[in-house]
Ligand binder design. Structure first.
Ligand code: ATP
Ligand code: MG
Length: 252
């Protein structure tokens, strides 16, 4: 039944106000299964707030969020993991004073059957297997026993993505995963996101426009809480509204 649904995520008329400010103002969009969809827009456009509404960190004032046919609007973030949604944060979400492997084991523990969820970490076999798998996949094997806080910035951001994948989500929300990265780390992360998009659906917030255009099947542009434009990278690039409001001099 699920494979009949063309869209994995559907947001309808989402609104979120902070006092007098409309941070997200009647935003609707759909995300197709698999591939990378990106959200771009200037600082303060409402991108992270939108993610908070999608991931259940904030409840919307109005509007709905569906995963497949399931209405998840009022589900908390933990419940959303069980319907296949996971997210990263713009600000780091790692335990800096724990080792790399323990960060991954903790994140993977949700895979244990319910009866085993509260086992001591050391007995959590499924979590350990998943954690070791992720170490391999993310090139962190040599950093296995280092403290997360001692990793390079690039390694930390990679570990964060690995942590979000621990529960094998169908839909992954990434909020500026390349923020503060060197050019080389950014390129590497871009390749990684591209690969992820072959197997799961990725919704990405990203500042680096060139990166977005290269990676994404669909780009959504936000400005002042609203959705300004949506389409494939070329359509978005040539949209006059987007040129004026966002790219400005950059593309002129
Ligand atoms: N918890 C909050 N309380 C009050 N105002 C908020 C809160 N979170 C965000 N805002 C405001 O909502 C607006 C949208 O912020 P948001 O963080 O969603 O933008 P953004 O597009 O992610 O920006 P950036 O590119 O800088 O990350 C901003 O004006 C911000 O100051
Ligand atoms: Mg943000």
């Amino acid at each position: 039944m699920m494979d009949k649904i063309e869209f994995i995520l559907k947001a309808s008329n989402l609104c979120k106000r902070f006092g007098g400010l409309s941070a997200v103002d009647n935003v609707s969009f759909e995300v197709k299964s698999s591939g990378v969809t990106s959200i771009i827009g200037p600082n303060g456009a409402g991108k992270s707030t939108l993610f908070n509404l999608l991931s259940g960190s904030f409840m919307p004032d109005s509007g709905t969020v569906l995963i497949g046919e399931c209405d998840i609007t009022s589900m908390n973030p933990e419940a959303r993991l069980s319907v296949g949604m996971a997210r990263s944060f713009q600000i780091t979400n790692l335990f800096f004073d724990l080792s790399v492997i323990d960060n991954l084991r903790i994140a993977s523990q949700a895979l244990e059957p319910h009866s085993r969820l509260f086992l001591p970490l050391s007995k959590s076999v499924i979590a350990l297997e998943r954690a070791d798998e992720l170490l391999e996949e993310f090139g962190l094997v040599e950093a296995r026993n280092q403290l997360a806080g001692a990793l390079s910035h690039g390694q930390q951001r990679r570990l964060e993505i690995a942590v979000t994948l621990a529960t094998r989500p169908k839909l992954l929300l990434l909020d500026e995963p390349t923020q503060g990265m060197s050019q080389a780390d950014t390129q590497e992360t871009a390749e990684l996101i591209k690969r992820l998009g072959l197997n799961i659906t990725v919704l990405l917030i990203e500042h680096d426009v060139d990166l977005v255009m290269d990676l994404s099947g669909t780009v959504i542009v936000m400005a002042q809480g609203r959705k300004l434009a949506e389409g494939d990278p070329n359509q978005v690039r040539s949209n006059p509204l987007v040129q004026t409001a966002y790219f400005g001099e950059e593309l002129a």
